[in-house]
Design a protein around this ligand. Structure first.
Ligand SMILES: Cc1cc2nc3c(=O)[nH]c(=O)nc-3n(C[C@H](O)[C@H](O)[C@H](O)COP(=O)(O)OP(=O)(O)OC[C@H]3O[C@@H](n4cnc5c(N)ncnc54)[C@H](O)[C@@H]3O)c2cc1C
Length: 235
């Protein structure tokens, strides 16, 4: 598919949405955001944009959809399958400013969390309350929850507790058209309609030219757990 290039008027439009500080197109930014942890691949974007609200993402996606410019969301860039690489150039949408844990609801064992929160930071926040969020990719000290969702990440605890998809109830998503939707409900039993949450989890950035951006996730965690024992069985 052929895309249009990012022109000066489009850069100015992006600046009017997120502010000058959060629109980058210098060499240093391209070096940083043109790579992830996938081998030695390098794909420079034409511009890096760092929004802070779902509404800003909505305006960016509306603009890019209209102008036929590709958009690639990016978490922490620790991915090993190249999903965060802007292979078609265009806009690199960095989610790093979405780094708030909005709520930890201890009664319902649920948390509302933005996608730029580092996985380990979230784990430690619930552990402080005697609770447990199991998905534990080895990159947990740097990767983001949003990246975990897109990659359906897991680690050693997956054997007993499952992976990221097993702990997601509901996602706030900005569609490529700019529409903002919720994909599910904050309950375990929800059989109404299609399971959009699980369609998006693990999609690894493959769905559309302007990937839907997850902006808030409702995660669930487990109750009190005092000890962790991991064993390796050889058979
Ligand atoms: C040393 C090391 C160890 C690792 N160990 C593991 C492991 O044990 N288990 C495992 O599963 N993986 C592992 N990984 C891979 C990687 O860390 C995970 O896939 C992680 O979940 C990626 O998160 P990220 O924030 O870095 O995402 P990124 O690499 O930035 O992005 C990954 C994908 O998510 C999309 N994305 C990110 N945020 C959003 C968002 N808010 N909305 C929409 N799309 C979004 C991107 O477009 C891209 O397609 C490891 C990587 C390294 C370097």
């Amino acid at each position: 598919m052929k895309y249009n290039i990012v022109t000066d008027p489009i850069i100015n439009h992006l600046k009017s949405i997120v502010g000058d500080t959060y629109v980058l197109f210098d060499k240093e930014a391209f070096e940083k955001y043109g790579r992830d942890e996938t081998e030695d691949l390098v794909f420079y974007p034409e511009v890096v944009v760092k929004p802070r609200t779902p509404e800003e993402i909505s305006l960016i996606l509306k603009l890019c959809n209209k102008e036929n410019i590709p958009v690639t969301p990016r978490g922490a860039g620790t991915g090993l399958s190249g999903g965060a690489l802007p292979v078609n150039k265009g806009v690199l949408l960095s989610m790093e400013r979405f780094n708030a844990i909005l709520e930890i609801d201890e009664r319902n064992l649920q948390a509302t969390i933005e996608p730029g929160v580092i996985t380990q930071v979230f784990q430690e926040a619930v552990e402080e309350k005697g609770l447990f969020y199991p998905p534990d990719p080895s990159s947990k000290g740097s990767c983001f929850i949003g990246g975990n969702l897109a990659e359906n990440s897991g680690g050693p605890k997956a054997v007993k507790y499952g992976v990221t998809k097993d702990y997601v109830l509901n996602l706030e998503v900005v569609l490529p058209t700019g529409d903002i939707i919720w994909t599910g409900a904050n309950v375990l039993k929800n059989s109404t309609g299609y399971n959009l949450t699980q369609l998006l989890v693990g999609s690894e950035g493959t769905l559309q030219k302007n990937n839907p951006s997850k902006v808030v996730a409702i995660l669930e965690f487990l109750g009190n757990r005092k000890h962790v024992i991991l064993i390796r069985l050889i058979f």
